[in-house]
Design a binder for this molecule. Structure first.
Ligand code: ADP
Ligand code: ADP
Length: 239
């Protein structure tokens, strides 16, 4: 599980800006794909399309054979659970505890009123503790998110995303603004999910060096077009 098939995908924003221009990309389960490109190249637009945070203008995106661009209702919800995402700005609720933030990765499994009151069951509380163990932050369970460092907040974001029990893990500029040591902790967490759980990882990064250190494959975007796509073993210095 965790295959992604992008066919002829274009995204034109309502103001006429072309975010993506006819992207074709086939990703196998367990790959660690790093997408590189300048700011504005379309990296974020691509990731947001993969879990349907927004709609595309043309083309199809199949996750394990099912087209997520056309799914709706319960089927779409189930597909989106399978494609977790972390963000550049972490997107945590800063005044809430780490535990509550992590448990919020499970809200889709609850009725609205239960999640509104934070009435998570014992299984999910255990699941939250396990997720936090994966990123070595179990000791922060009752800490408020705003009292964590940026790197710790991103790792809580990873723990929250794991609550979905996804097959695909999307990371949109997960380490921008973090120092090298913290960057390594976050990237190592992603690598571990890729190695140990076999999750397919697609990460947008600015740094070619980081891409070389972690990716199994590097994809390059430029002005919404896919201009580069090579497995790590074939990447040349002069590329
Ligand atoms: P969509 O076509 O996906 O519905 P919209 O054009 O409606 O997207 O824009 C969604 C949001 O992004 C709006 O709040 C808009 O103001 C904001 N936005 C507009 N232009 C840009 C831009 N160049 N970069 C980032 N965000 C933008
Ligand atoms: P990257 O992630 O590579 O920096 P983006 O995917 O954010 O690039 O942006 C690709 C292009 O789409 C840019 O020209 C950007 O300004 C534009 N863009 C991004 N989001 C929106 C939006 N919501 N509305 C309009 N234009 C957008």
């Amino acid at each position: 599980k965790g295959a992604i098939q992008v066919e002829g995908v274009s995204k034109i924003y309502s103001n006429g800006v072309v975010g993506l221009d006819n992207i074709n990309l086939s990703i196998k389960p367990g790959e660690f794909v790093v997408v590189i490109g300048l700011s504005g190249a379309g990296k974020s637009t691509l990731l947001r399309a993969l879990n349907r945070l927004h709609d595309v203008t043309a083309g199809t995106i199949k996750i394990d054979g099912d087209d997520i661009t056309k799914a709706s209702g319960k089927k779409l919800r189930n597909m989106r659970r399978n494609v977790a995402m972390i963000f550049q700005n972490y997107n945590l609720v800063k005044r809430s505890t780490v535990a509550k933030n992590v448990l919020s990765g499970r809200v889709g499994y609850y009725s609205t009123w239960r999640s509104a009151f934070g009435l998570f069951n014992k299984d999910d509380q255990n699941r939250a503790a396990k997720s936090l163990e994966r990123v070595n932050l179990l000791d922060k369970y009752y800490t408020r998110a705003r009292d964590l460092s940026g790197g710790q907040q991103q790792r809580v974001g990873i723990a929250r995303a794991l609550m979905q029990e996804p097959a695909v893990f999307l990371a949109d500029e997960p380490v921008s603004g973090l120092d090298p040591k913290t960057t390594k902790l976050v990237m190592d967490d992603l690598k571990r999910l890729n190695d140990e759980d076999g999750l397919t990882v697609v990460a947008n990064l600015h740094s070619v060096d980081l891409a070389m250190a972690y990716a199994t494959r590097i994809v390059g975007l430029k002005a919404g077009k896919l201009v580069y796509d090579k497995p790590i073993g074939e990447v040349q210095e002069e590329d």
